[in-house]
Write a protein that binds this ligand. Structure first.
Ligand SMILES: Cc1cc2nc3c(=O)[nH]c(=O)nc-3n(C[C@H](O)[C@H](O)[C@H](O)COP(=O)(O)O)c2cc1C
Length: 261
């Protein structure tokens, strides 16, 4: 797959992966390609843990599912991320950003928008929305053949220092490289970020993986081979739309919009 195709076709995988182990050839490839990412003074501040042990994956899945349910139940998720949700093609095309909740069970469709309103809490508990999303999250993670965990060494990742900012930039390069490589070899990946929204749960996972004191656990991804036949989760979204060139870029100074040809 050529590079530009990989960039355009790269997508977050919201569905389950094929029931197939990731080959050693591919896990080595993911690590090798990541090691070629840029870092300040070539400091390579990363560490990677590849979790393939089903018991550990199931343990992390439970925490991820519980985190999703808790975030939904206490309403934090809706309040914090309401601005990113889109409910129609028109809204999605118009904004060119956000995530389009285009897959909802029929009984929830009439309430889609109000779920995100102040009154949303009642609807969420009446239709057990948080349990559905939490249950799906746990299943998606538990059935993933590989979890790819990114660490940063605290020698470089000092939050109050420039090296901390630089380390995060180089981690971003690793994440995009992983995403392009997985796309090019027929794999997919998805962030598992809900545990990160509940500090106690993130710490639990970090301890399960024996992350030492001098490293910080920064990001967890579920990975596997794409199975085009797999069913979408009960509540699902798409987010392939992007802002236009003229919205994003200016020539010579801010405000001089660059027009698309
Ligand atoms: C910092 C960060 C956190 C994210 N967390 C999640 C997540 O918890 N679950 C998820 O499905 N996608 C997550 N994503 C992926 C974004 O939702 C996705 O990149 C965006 O909607 C664009 O869709 P695409 O990746 O398919 O192009 C995250 C992305 C970033 C950069």
């Amino acid at each position: 797959m050529d590079l530009f195709d990989a960039i355009i076709n790269r997508r977050t995988t919201n569905t389950a992966f094929a029931d197939k182990k990731v080959t050693k050839e591919h896990t080595d490839l993911l690590i090798k390609m990541s090691s070629h990412c840029p870092s300040h003074f070539n400091s390579q501040p990363w560490g990677f843990i590849l979790v393939e042990d089903e018991t550990v994956i199931k343990g992390i899945a439970k925490i991820a599912g519980d985190s999703m349910t808790q975030l939904m139940d206490d309403g934090r998720f809706w309040k914090q991320y309401r601005k990113y949700f889109r409910f129609s093609e028109e809204e999605t095309e118009q904004s060119g950003d956000g995530i389009h909740l285009d897959h909802l069970p029929a009984y929830l469709k009439p309430f889609a928008k109000s779920i995100f309103s102040e009154a949303g809490g009642k609807i969420i508990s009446r239709f057990r929305v948080s349990k559905i999303l939490g249950g799906d999250e746990e299943k998606l993670v538990a059935t993933s053949p590989l979890l790819f965990v990114i660490l940063l060494t605290k020698d470089e990742y000092k939050k109050e220092e420039l090296s901390g900012f630089y380390s995060v930039i180089s981690m971003g390069a690793v994440i995009q490289t992983l995403w392009l490589v997985t796309t090019a070899i027929g794999m997919g990946m998805q962030f598992i970020s809900t545990p990160g929204e509940i500090p106690g749960n993130w710490k639990k996972i970090s301890e399960m993986l024996k992350v030492p004191e001098d490293y910080e656990m920064m990001a967890i991804f579920r990975m596997g081979y794409i199975d085009p036949k797999v069913k979408r989760p009960v509540i699902d979204w798409t987010s392939s739309q992007r802002k236009s060139i003229s919205e994003l870029a200016f020539r010579n100074k801010f405000g001089n919009h660059i027009e698309e040809k």
